[in-house]
Design a protein around this ligand. Structure first.
Ligand code: ATP
Ligand code: MG
Length: 190
């Protein structure tokens, strides 16, 4: 089992690189952002809550999102491993994920932190907004998301540093080169 956390600020390329990791390593992708957007499209109660928070650049409460993650993990059978995309997003979520995996005798094997500076993030997300139609990809919400990232999500880095599984990855340049760096980091542990 290979359990990978792909981490980084909004627009750092977590989703893009996850797709490439899945292709090469056969992992199962769990994206909490995608799960929430599906709920929004379906108009569920959870979707309504999620929309009001996401459109404001805020996080979904830890208890709610952790419950969702647990359920999703329980549906997986015979998986070669999981790539966690968008979770954990707070220190509490990182502690919760460890507890959940440890119950099954597993753990996060590696945390890949995609490093991209704020100017490039804003650029990328504004461009994405033009094609994705995502209601959170507008300048005002992007700025809030980056602030929330810095205040609540960046501390997750310290958790994985203390676990000894932290790997910074230069997240700029072309997509293939970034993936090359990720593959080197993964090949070193599989
Ligand atoms: P990237 O572009 O790097 O893939 P992203 O900013 O598009 O990242 P998503 O992972 O798609 O982010 O998440 C979109 C929104 O969903 C977040 O801004 C947040 O409001 C909510 N969300 C997703 N995962 C979590 C989580 N683990 N905890 C709390 N809120 C979450
Ligand atoms: Mg994403």
């Amino acid at each position: 089992m290979l359990n990978v956390v792909i981490f980084g600020p909004p627009g750092s390329g977590k989703g893009t690189q996850s797709q490439k990791i899945i292709e090469k390593y056969g992992l199962t992708h769990i994206s909490t952002g995608e799960i929430l957007r599906k709920e929004i499209n379906e108009g569920s109660e959870l979707g309504k809550l999620a929309k009001s928070l996401i459109d404001n650049g805020q996080l979904i409460p830890d208890e709610t999102i952790t419950e969702i993650l647990k359920k999703k993990l329980n549906t997986l059978r015979n998986s070669k491993g999981v790539i966690f995309d968008g979770f954990p997003r707070t220190y509490k979520q990182a502690v919760a994920l460890k507890k959940i995996l440890n119950k099954e005798g597993r753990d996060v094997n590696i945390m890949l932190n995609l490093e991209v500076d704020n100017n490039e993030l804003i650029d990328r997300l504004l461009k994405r907004g033009q094609i994705s139609g995502r209601s959170d990809d507008n300048l005002e919400t992007i700025k809030k998301r980056i602030k929330v990232y810095e205040a609540r999500t960046a501390p997750v880095i310290d958790f994985y540093k203390s676990e000894g599984t932290y790997r910074p990855i230069k997240g700029t340049g072309n997509i293939e080169d970034i993936f090359g760096r990720i593959a080197d980091a993964l090949d070193a542990i599989v």
